[in-house]
Design a protein around this ligand. Sequence first.
Ligand code: NAP
Length: 235
Amino acid sequence: MPTTLITGANRGLGFETARRLVAAGHTVYVGSRDRERGRRAAGQLGARPVVIDVTDDGSVTAAAEAIEADGGLDVLVNNAGVEGRTRDGGVLGAADLTAELLRPTFETNVFGVVRVTHAFLPLLRRSAAPVVVNVSSGLASMAGMTAPGTPAYAYPGVAYPASKAAVNMITVQYAKAFPDMRINAVEPGYTATALNAYTGTQTVEEGAEIIVRMAQVGPDGPTGGYFDVNGALPW
Ligand code: NAP
């Protein structure tokens, strides 16, 4: 059975994805930037804890070395993410945005995905059936964000959609570069988690469905795509 790492799996969609993949027989590493939160979550799930802060080169390298020493990796779920808020808790809209305010969102959501993927690529390339799932968002879709009358169109933030649009492009380019891997971006849907102060309209069980499905995709499955639970999404 596959060995799987999920970043940001101590809570929310990552935790639920870990629960489902453990049930499916995967050996799951619960990635958490906080050692104690990760240890607790992994204990609840029957998974293995690994400390990984996706914004920290040393932390990511140490996690890759530990998992390599344990036997390697087949499935990487780049799930850790932040929405990126102003100091008073608002979304980062165009009127507020500065390069300085944009940076932390990109550091986690974009550079974090590249940092982790780069560190784990040698392990994935040794797998017989390597899979990468990048947890994107419906707000990454140019088509969605430019379609008047949709909830996506009404979303005022810049930092988060821009970061997830970058994740989509990274997904496409990695998928072309590594045709032997299945590398896809997924949109879980608006899900009640700490990310949105539990205002999401779906449960984590519903939201994790497409992440779990794409983590289990076989070598003949899709790659370089962008999916929600109902199928392919327009970029
Ligand atoms: P969440 O409950 O806030 O979980 C986010 C996870 O990411 C937490 O475990 C958090 O760890 C971790 N994280 C944040 N920064 C990190 C870092 N630097 N290094 C390692 N881990 C870090 O939110 P969620 O909704 O489950 O989000 C999971 C993914 O789904 C994100 O990529 C998000 O953008 C995406 N998504 C969510 C929704 C939604 O409606 N909820 C919709 C579309 C996409 P701590 O506990 O230590 O903060």
